[in-house]
Design a protein around this ligand. Structure first.
Ligand code: FAD
Length: 303
């Protein structure tokens, strides 16, 4: 059984079904984060596609096989039972399986300020690897001065005209070596003790942002074309707390085979400790988790 229907879950389902394993996928929202994405230009061999198109293709590919797709199902509990595992859904349904692949993904933490939601994919972005090239030669801001924010600012500074890094606290929280690199870049401005208060736009695209200088209390505005929000990526793993080992960030701890701390349960994609949260990586990890589940199943079912 695969829990989660994003790129990792879809790949896991296809690989499991092709091994002849009776396979089901339960997902809150088949397609996952891909559904919230517009242009995708780094899915190798497909120079350009759009999120909803790729999400539909994922589902079509899974349905080519004898896979039971259970959409709009939220898993709330995982437990080991005689002969395998039971996954309980918010609907009250409970499904049992000999092996489970967890691929519940993650969600980016949002700022929660006016304009942010209106300009998602219209200047407000989360993933520098995905959307950085769209802002070539433009002015952008990165929100968040932790490791992710500072890494994003360094990365983007090589592509865009100017980066303003905005940190809520009085100092950046990133490692010293990253801070030193950031401060060495000529096209970066660092604003600390600053709180973003609004995303500004012209109805079509982002045109700027407003922030509060937390020292003076003054509201200021910056004209720019893009805002990368880097204040955290939260794995969808709350329901697994106390069941399997999670990292301090809540990611499912996996080994090189995608195995979790519960033998017979595997995990893949953005919900795991595997670094770099990308479609192509999630798919590879989903395939790997199912191959590892297959290896597990042939051993537990040996006479
Ligand atoms: P997800 O896509 O998050 O899928 C998780 C699945 O699990 C979903 O079906 C969800 O509904 C389900 N689920 C969650 N909790 C439960 C539960 N309790 N019970 C049942 N089901 C559950 N990556 C790129 O490579 N290129 C890009 O251009 C790109 N652009 C992006 C743009 C945006 C706006 C965002 C948000 C992300 C972008 N990414 C991009 C990142 C990429 O989308 C993710 O890395 C990828 O989708 C991760 O796949 P996943 O299967 O691990 O998780």
């Amino acid at each position: 059984m695969v829990v989660g229907g994003g790129p990792a879950g879809a790949a896991a389902a296809v690989y499991a079904a092709r091994k002849g394993i009776r396979t089901g996928v339960a997902a809150e929202r088949f397609g996952g984060q891909v559904l919230d994405t517009m242009a995708i230009e780094n899915f190798i061999s497909v120079p350009h596609t759009e999120g909803p198109k790729l999400a539909a293709a994922l589902e079509t590919h899974v349905r080519e096989y004898d896979v039971e797709v259970m959409n709009l199902q939220t898993a709330t509990k995982l437990e080991a039972v005689e002969g395998g595992f039971r996954v309980t859904m918010a609907s009250g349904a409970a499904l049992t399986a000999a092996s489970v692949v967890l691929s519940t993904g993650a969600r980016w933490r949002k700022m929660g300020v006016p304009g942010e939601q209106d300009y998602l994919n219209k200047g407000v972005a989360f993933c520098p690897h995905c959307d950085g090239p769209l802002f070539k030669g433009k002015r952008i801001a990165v929100i968040g001065g932790g490791n992710s924010g500072v890494e994003a600012a360094i990365d983007l500074a090589g592509l865009v005209a100017h980066v303003t890094l905005i940190e809520f606290d009085k100092q950046l929280r990133a490692d010293d070596v990253l801070q030193r690199k950031l401060r060495s870049l000529k096209n970066v401005t660092i604003l600390t003790h600053a709180k973003t208060t609004e995303v500004k736009g012209d109805g079509t695209r982002v045109t700027g942002l407003a922030y509060e200088d937390r020292t003076s209390g003054e509201i200021r505005e910056i004209a720019l074309e893009g805002i990368f929000v880097q204040i955290g990526l939260m794995p969808n793993t709350d329901w697994l707390k106390g069941t399997i080992d999670l990292s301090p960030r809540g990611e499912i701890v996996v080994d090189a085979h995608g195995a979790t701390s519960m033998p017979g349960v595997f995990a893949a994609g953005d919900c795991t400790t595997t670094p770099y949260k990308q479609i192509v990586i999630a798919m590879g990890e989903g395939a790997k988790a199912s191959l590892a589940a297959f290896d597990h199943l042939i051993r537990v079912s040996a006479p």
